[in-house]
Design a protein around this ligand. Sequence first.
Ligand code: MSP
Length: 518
Amino acid sequence: MSKRFYLTTAIDYVNGAPHLGHAYEKVIADVIARARRSMGEEVFFLTGLDEHGQKVEQAAEAEGRDPQTYCDALAVQWREFVQNLGISNDDFIRTTDARHKAVVTAVLNRLHQAGHFYKAGYEGWYSVKEETFLTDKDQNPDGTWDPRWGQVVRLKEENWYFRLKEHQDWLLQYLDAHPEFIQPATRRNEILGFLRSQPLEDLCISRPKARLSWGIPLPFDPDYVSYVWFDALINYLSVPVSRGDAGAMAPELGQPATDFAAWPADLHIIGKDIVKFHAVYWPIMLKALGAPLPRTLLVHGWWQKDGQKLSKSTGNVVDPAAVTGEWGLDAFRYYLIRELAIGPDGNWTDEGFRARYNAELANGPGNLLNRALNMLNKYRGGQVPAASRELESDTAQAVAAARSSLEASDLQDALVAIWNLVNRANLYVEQTAPFRLAKDPAQSARLDEVLYNLVEICRILAVMLNPFVPAASAKIWAQLNLPAGELPWSLTAWGGLQPGHQVGAPQPLFPRKDLAPK
Ligand code: MSP
């Protein structure tokens, strides 16, 4: 079997309810997954949950539950969240799955045997919230700590360390030679700057069980569990390994090889706050293991609402379930991708959302489909007239632009290209004025041409829109009375609608909503 296009999201901590940020990352990944499938690639799309570590242990404790029971209950809610966003993931990993724990254990054993770890004493500061060791440099001059570290305690303990330091030169060379590894370039430059300006510290990969028991035990030292990030990053590998992917070292990590081939990952889609883990620790872990490195980290920015940080405590939140309940899932997916390119930070405003809904969805493809089907039904009894190629080249241009943007994961640009065609077609209606042509029998052939171009563009739009707004795309297809099924990108070729084909009646794609703010 040929290698699949393998893409992942970060795995979410189960210490709370899902929010807009989590939804955003999954929608990006889903659009890419659907687009790649439509272009004929076999895709493997993984998402899931990060269940170990102190954050989760403390959240469970606060609810008076043992961590596993707590995670099992929240996992149900998170899976539902993913489903309700229409996410087409092929697998869902929980880091408490036996398949994951087996691979983490095998990785730990291999790296230990190969001499990548050592045990040493540590005395210093520790952020409980971020589960990370701090140095005096992180402390404010007056002895206090930045609130982002939460509670900071003094620790004295022995731990296991991973020799990161010795990989620094190699990593720098690798990043230099692979500009595609961290996208966009601003994030790549941050990591290069960091690696060039300071020596890497070895990474503490253990936590004493006496202090934190909710983790995967170190197979070579029963008093310790694995540091949560060491465990979590391995999810990207543990799933293909457990499916027998030889490229992910399945046999070396104790699983029989099958013909499943996904590793190396093509895209890890992550937020800007976790680049260092993915761009520094993860490649070094893989290099030490002898596994190929992922191709690209696609790093997105963070959403705010009304210019303020999302925060449950201040109530500054966007509830994806509420938005999709009121406006439909497609409108939510469209807004996230159209409003914000992958990279910079974004700002959600309810006004902005409403404005895009009305101006771009209802008045865009919604209006176009409505007009095309209405006129075809009214003037030609719903029968597709003889084929015409008047807008073929404009359409082909939009199709090519959208395709190359999709291949580059420039999802916002792809929507811009698609809307160029929507606007072109809506303008064509104004310019050709079919309602006037219909009044003049001498213009009958011209009316046929116009109607053909309009419905054919609707058909092609359904194909291009499918990865972004799958439900609306299926509705266009159904109203055109075409057989339901996959909509491969090849169906964007002009001329798919056959003369004589009978279309259905128009129904609103994006019903117009009251423009007045609530
Ligand atoms: N568990 C780790 C990731 C481990 S990956 C091996 C984690 N979890 S998280 O739940 O805190 O975040 C999951 C993802 O959501 C991250 O990529 C993060 O950047 C993203 N977001 C969290 N809040 C966000 C916004 N406000 N906006 C956009 N994305 C945000 O980190």
